[in-house]
Structure formats: C-alpha cells, structure tokens
Design a protein around this ligand. Structure first.
Ligand code: MG
Ligand code: ZN
Length: 195
C-alpha cells in the first residue's frame, strides 16, 4: 500500500496550540476535500502528530482519541473524507507528567509513528508521501524515505522545535500553499513524470 502521512495541526486543522477541546477543531479551507481526493485515488491517509498536550497534562490520551473521532466526523461531514488511521506521540523529553517524560522514538522529528503505521497497515514508505507544516514533520518523513511536502498553512515559519539538530536543515522535496495544492502535486505525479 502507498500512503500519504499528514500532520494534524497546521495541515488539516487550524493550529491553535496544544488543545483537545472540540471547539478548537477547525478545518482549514479545502482540507477535507483534499483528503477525499486521496481516498478516491487509493492512497491510505494516515495522520501522525505530536500531542504535547498529553505530556503537559492538559489532556489525557483518551481525550486525544476523542478529538480524533471528532475530527473524523468533521471531515466526513464536510466532504465524505476518511482518515484510515490516527497515530500520535504523547511524550516529551521535558513532560510535566513523569510518565510521559521520555526520549521516545515516536516524537517527530523521529520516525517511530511512520514505522509503526508501515508495519500495521502494510505501507511501502518509499512509495508514500509525508506532508507537514514544520521542519520536524519533513525530517521524520524523509528519514523513512517518504517524499516530503511542506505546506504553508501553519508553523512553516516558526523555528524548529527542540532546537537545531542536524535534521532541522532537511529540505522538503516540495513546498505547497496548502493541502489541496499538495494533493494536486501528488495526483499529478502519479499519472505523469517522475518527481
Ligand atoms: Mg503541525
Ligand atoms: Zn513518543
């Protein structure tokens, strides 16, 4: 299977900072339609996100799972769009809650969530795309061989999280104004020339 990995905040949803409240879930324009087009094209759609809201003790893991169910409903109501699987990292090296205070392998820019998805869903990572609004999204996707697309609907101008590791200078293969434009690019490549 091939997949398109999507970051959540700043890609599908407006980035309003760490939150799991239903009223903070606001779809970006055209995001639902973009996901629907991926559904129709045969790509799996997998959301991979860092949820520091859990590490900070502002929401529980079940709260995040509920937020993802709410998001799934919004997407479906808007365009009949489907996310095939949601994955998130609840950890942070400086977490408020000790149980989450670990240097995990799943917090982007690390690639643990991508690898887990590949294992569980049978995804060929080198035939897949990673779309995000931060350098850490791009680095995580590039690390596992995905083609990467930076979108300009979120924190694309913010400094890299967790300082400037060597990963912070990884350049996206493409930059697009939003998710819909990124999907145009993906679907165009599929039928056209090599990237
Ligand atoms: Mg983001
Ligand atoms: Zn983690």
């Amino acid at each position: 299977m091939r997949a398109v990995f999507l970051d959540r905040d700043g890609v599908i949803l407006r980035d309003v900072g760490p939150t799991a409240r239903q009223e903070d879930l606001v779809l970006l324009p055209r995001a639902a339609l973009a996901i629907r087009r991926l559904n129709d094209s045969g790509y799996l759609v997998v959301v991979v996100s860092n949820q520091t809201v859990v590490a900070r003790g502002l929401a529980s893991e079940p709260d995040v799972v509920q937020a993802h169910q709410d998001l799934a409903q919004l997407l479906h109501a808007a365009s009949g769009a489907i996310v095939n699987r949601f994955y998130f990292c609840p950890h942070h090296p400086n977490a408020t809650l000790p149980v989450y205070r670990v240097a995990c392998n799943c917090r982007k820019p690390r690639s643990g969530l991508f690898e887990r998805a590949a294992r569980e869903l049978g995804i060929d990572l080198t035939d897949s795309f990673a779309i995000g609004d931060r350098p850490s999204d791009i680095a995580a996707g590039a690390r596992v061989g995905c083609r990467t697309i930076l979108v300009e609907t979120g924190q694309h101008q913010a400094p890299p999280i967790e300082g400037a590791g060597p990963w912070a200078t990884v350049q996206p293969a493409h930059t697009c104004p939003d998710l819909q434009a990124a999907v145009d690019l993906i679907l165009g490549q599929r039928h056209g020339d090599a990237p």
